[in-house]
Design a binder for this molecule. Structure first.
Ligand code: GLC
Length: 430
């Protein structure tokens, strides 16, 4: 079987799910200016130690997070088990720099796994390839290390990088051995010559697949997921970030490649106390439907604070998204590209035996679908199943598009149900 067909099989459910929760949480929630803080502020290990000493997430209750994710319609989650600062939320036998040794005093990853699994949400682990805490990770000449260019770290050039690679492989083995079935492993990220076999990526992928046969791996360990012959480590899906690719993601032959864009709810991944620049629920739903209509997933981020609370504003937005999902998720799960050009009024997704019109904006009474390749069999409003009239304006034949009369659907009167855009379901002949 080709690597592409194997990939397609493996990612079937993941592509069906379409919507996930990204969780960035760690020591950096304390300084509260985002997870790159150690690097941007060039903080030494010694200065960063105070966050380790005061890490005390008294309100950490992943059951609440899991309920929120479920209510929002999210089907999988990805938690930062270790971010670039090297701090581990899990109990690793290979380091002391872990949650178990903080005031938290326990394995926080285990509780996350238990809580999300109990809600039927698939489990993902984010694991940072970068590590600003490990002494064998290059510092002085590295592009991102907090101590880059710092004369005091002149000797830290990764002369014994193999020790770090071994550490990383050992930790990934722990993560994929000690927590039952893991659905996704999300490595982050490659840059400069820190890519592919530098991480011993082939070995890593083989180990991951051996320990977790069904696991899905992102594409940030290196290689090219879109090439005709992807490397074994080039991953199962493309992972654009803070953007939605104009035409989705396709390989060199023009065939669709599974993809997932990750997007923040405000402007930061890790908790940022001052950042109130949140997206609205409508904005989130727009992004989700845009992804689905282009054959992709949305991994939407939350950044819990130092005490373990997801910020109120994030809860409010996700709750509103959940209300919309309760009525309209049929247009999301298992849906994808409809093979109809983008229309001015919104987005179109396609399921088994229907297409879904996500109506963001209407200009006249009727919504026209031009270049519709399907034989239609009637339309309803997805939210409540009520009938929606399809008809042909009397002079439509005078205004064909590409030689064809468009399909016309009547705008539902109560299109502002929930304040967010409605979806019209049109049954099609298979
Ligand atoms: C970037 C950042 C990182 C964040 C990730 C999410 O790679 O380094 O902080 O976790 O994007 O996609």
């Amino acid at each position: 079987m080709s690597i592409q067909s194997e990939r397609a099989l493996r990612t079937k459910e993941y592509c069906h799910d379409r919507f996930g929760m990204f969780i960035h949480w760690g020591l950096y929630s304390i300084p509260a200016i985002g997870e790159w803080m150690r690097s941007t502020e060039r903080v030494t290990i010694e200065d960063y130690q105070k966050y380790f000493d005061t890490f005390d997430p008294v309100n950490y209750d992943p059951k609440k997070w899991a309920k929120l994710a479920k209510q929002a319609g999210m089907k999988y989650a990805v938690l930062t088990t270790k971010h670039h600062d090297g701090f581990c939320l899990f109990d690793s036998q290979y380091t002391d720099y872990k949650a178990t040794n903080t005031k938290a005093g326990r394995d926080l990853v285990r509780e996350y796994v238990d809580a999300f699994r109990a809600e039927g949400i698939k489990i993902g682990f984010y694991y940072s390839l970068l590590d600003w805490h490990h002494p064998d990770y290059p510092a002085y000449e590295d592009a991102h290390h907090p101590m880059r260019g710092n004369e005091a770290y002149k000797e830290q050039r990764g002369q014994h990088f193999e020790r770090y690679v071994e550490y990383m492989h050992n930790q990934v083995r722990e993560l994929l051995t000690n927590y039952g079935k893991i659905d996704i492993i999300w490595f982050d990220f490659s840059y400069d010559d820190m890519t592919a076999e530098k991480w011993e990526a082939t070995k890593m992928v083989k180990m991951a697949r051996e320990l977790q046969p069904g696991i899905i791996i992102d594409n940030r360990m290196g290689g090219d997921v879109c090439s005709a012959e992807p490397e074994i480590y080039s991953g199962d899906f493309a992972s654009p970030e803070q953007m939605i690719p104009a035409w989705g993601v396709r390989d060199v032959n023009g065939d669709p490649v599974p993809w997932e864009t990750c997007i923040t709810l405000n402007g930061h991944w890790g908790y940022c106390a001052k950042d109130m620049n949140y997206k609205s629920a409508k904005n989130v739903i727009n992004m989700l439907m845009e992804c689905v209509s282009k054959g992709g997933n949305l991994l939407l981020n939350v950044g819990p604070d130092a005490k373990g609370n997801i910020p109120d504003k994030s809860i409010e937005i996700l709750t509103e998204v959940g209300e919309w999902m309760r009525l309209n998720s049929e247009a999301v799960y298992g849906c994808g590209i409809a093979d109809i050009p983008k229309h001015d009024w919104g987005r179109i997704t396609k399921g088994e035996d229907a297409i879904y019109l996500y109506i963001q904006d209407t200009c006249c009474e009727d919504i026209a679908i031009y270049d519709c390749p399907y034989k239609t069999k009637g339309a309803v409003l997805l939210a409540d199943g009520s009938y929606v009239r399809m008809h042909e304006p009397w002079n439509a034949h005078s205004y064909k598009t590409n030689g064809k009369v468009p399909v016309f659907v009547q705008t539902p009167e109560f299109r502002n149900l929930n304040g967010n855009a409605n979806v019209i379901k049109i049954y099609i002949e298979k």
